[in-house]
Design a protein around this ligand. Structure first.
Ligand code: ADP
Ligand code: MG
Length: 319
């Protein structure tokens, strides 16, 4: 195995941004603009749990950072930098080079350079951990506890494709190469909605990124804000990759499917036109899918205004 230091120097050392101290010292240093707070979040990815062992390493490098940047987006924060923890069962140079390419390409695009980390050998599984740092004005943070009764509920982009891709790859759905090619990108190359999140900061009320399924993640906003919600099923922005699927599979993908990394957010109805304007400016589709109600849980209404029975649950690691 190449020494840990060679490996870090070759694949994970990039020039630091001006004013930053990056990889190579005991700690990284970065500047926080005055009047701003640091937003930070960390996510773990474990082989066999969060990704298939044979996943394309470049896609994995991208996704490892993307899922963390998505948390910054959902808070309305501007990225500053990130840390990468690696527990590697082996040091495969070609694999690491591809992983690093996927990681750094997104880091560069997002303005979130890798400024440090830790590298160790793992006895069995590959484990990845990223910690991101961003900045925001605290008064503009898109907190989960900020939804108000009467708010409209919005969802960015399209949803459902990642769940279908996962189930096709996992064998839970019958093999369908054409459909897999239509939905696979959503699972392996998610786009963190950073520009949208930044533009919504100070405008939208509550926000969350859809990592565990729309109902479960919106449920976190409802719990924290002590409100309820009514969603319109037909207003959900279903991915075109869901066309022709069995209704039960489609419904589970839309309402319970994880790994989406689109934003679900709430905003005052008076700001409806401004939200559409922000979406146009950032080039991200947004759909108004329901509204926040007084306490009373989360219901999903069909075209005739009747609640759907038997709603799917989202993903819970310990369920
Ligand atoms: P320490 O002994 O202080 O933990 P290390 O020898 O682990 O330092 O790391 C040396 C330098 O390399 C540090 O600046 C650390 O942040 C950086 N580093 C280690 N692993 C990674 C990695 N996977 N990605 C980016 N930087 C890393
Ligand atoms: Mg270390």
């Amino acid at each position: 195995m190449a020494s840990e230091f060679d490996l870090i120097a070759k694949h994970f050392t990039r020039p630091a941004a001006p004013g930053q101290l990056g990889v190579g010292d005991d700690c990284a240093l970065f500047v926080v603009p005055s009047g701003h707070h640091v937003a930070t979040s960390t996510d773990l990815l474990v082989e066999g749990r969060h990704f298939f062992p044979d996943v394309d390493p470049q896609a994995l490098g991208h996704k490892t950072l993307a899922v963390n940047l998505s948390d910054l987006a959902a808070m309305g924060a501007q990225p500053l930098g990130c840390l990468l923890g690696l527990a590697l069962p082996r040091a495969d140079d070609a694999w690491l080079a591809a992983f690093a390419r996927g990681f750094h390409e997104l880091a560069d695009a997002a303005g979130c350079p890798l400024i440090g980390g830790d590298t160790t050998r793992s006895p069995s599984l590959l484990v990845l951990s990223v910690t991101v740092f961003g900045v925001l004005k605290p008064s503009e943070a898109l907190r989960r506890d900020a939804a108000c009764v009467g708010d409209e509920i919005w969802v960015s982009g399209e949803i459902g494709a990642a769940d279908v891709a996962y189930r096709l790859l996992d064998g839970q759905l019958p093999a369908d190469a054409q459909r897999l090619s239509a939905v696979r990108r959503a699972l392996e190359w998610p786009t963190p909605r950073l520009a949208l999140g930044r533009a919504l900061a100070g405008l939208a009320h509550a926000a969350i990124d859809i990592s565990d399924g729309l109902l479960q993640d919106l449920g976190h906003i409802l719990d924290r804000s002590k409100v309820g919600a009514a969603l319109r099923y037909s207003a959900l922005p279903a991915s075109s990759g869901l066309e022709g699927l069995d209704e039960a599979v489609r419904r589970r993908a839309l309402l319970g499917g994880g790994d989406v990394y689109e934003l679900c957010f709430t905003a005052a109805p008076a700001d409806h036109a401004r939200i559409l304007q922000v979406a146009a400016t950032t080039g991200v589709r947004v759909s108004c899918v329901g509204s926040i109600t007084e306490r009373g849980g989360l219901i999903v209404l069909d075209d005739r205004g009747r609640p759907l029975p038997d709603l799917p649950q989202g993903f819970d690691h310990f369920a």
